[in-house]
Design a protein around this ligand. Sequence first.
Ligand code: FE2
Ligand code: FE2
Length: 275
Amino acid sequence: MLRKRRARMAEEKLDLSQSIKFKSHQEQLAAIAFFNAAFRAEESGLRQAHALSELTARWDPDLAECLKLYGEEEGWHRRLLTEFLAWMGGEVRPMGRTTRTFYRLYGRAERMESIVLVNLMFETIGSTTYRLALRRATHPAVRQILTILTRDESFHVPLNVHFLRQALARAPGARPRLRALYHVTFLGLVASTLPSRRRAERFDAIPRPVLSRAYAVELARLFLEETDLGLEPSSVLLRAFGLDGDALLRAPSAVSLEAAERAAERESVVVEAYG
Ligand SMILES: [Fe+2]
Ligand SMILES: [Fe+2]
């Protein structure tokens, strides 16, 4: 499937024929901040996927190829975002303090299962943010890039669950540490909505309570059904965010094999705004 998707990547182009007029300079700066955050996520995904591809090549060439192709999809997103930023009068900027701290910590992770877990959580909040931004976006080019990113990230989420399962199979003792990492990253990502709203809300119009709630819901849902992974959120965490595990379970899983298959065929995926 990843090989097939690669062939289609080359054909898909952004339509940037209509220029964009921002309501204010602040809105333009917020849009540039929004797509810079996306750029950094793609860059990090690309780098980590290719590092893991090299690592796994020794023991599982098929998995290594999957990781390589997956990384190339992120590389393609990064190119689209570079083009898009220039079109809106911006550029790739040096990272802000919060972002830098995040990626520095993440860059220090060495074990495959930790890298994949954090990456999976980044993919989850990425696709959640893009889908929420689609609710308000009106410019066709903005809608097009958000749709491409949402569509592809919703395939990457279950794909990374697959990677995680492979990594855990080789590190059976890693679960307790991984579960702690999941909870810490969960809290960190929900907290990251504060600086992110300061920088990007004027563009994406997603209020902080809406964004942090959506992050909590989607991150909590991730492993509820995948009980074999042993990464379910603790009841304390669920209660702290006012979440009901049973209600979350009733929603269709975003990470199952069926979800991956639903999201894999680029041309047949229907992307809907969040909520
Ligand atoms: Fe991506
Ligand atoms: Fe992705």
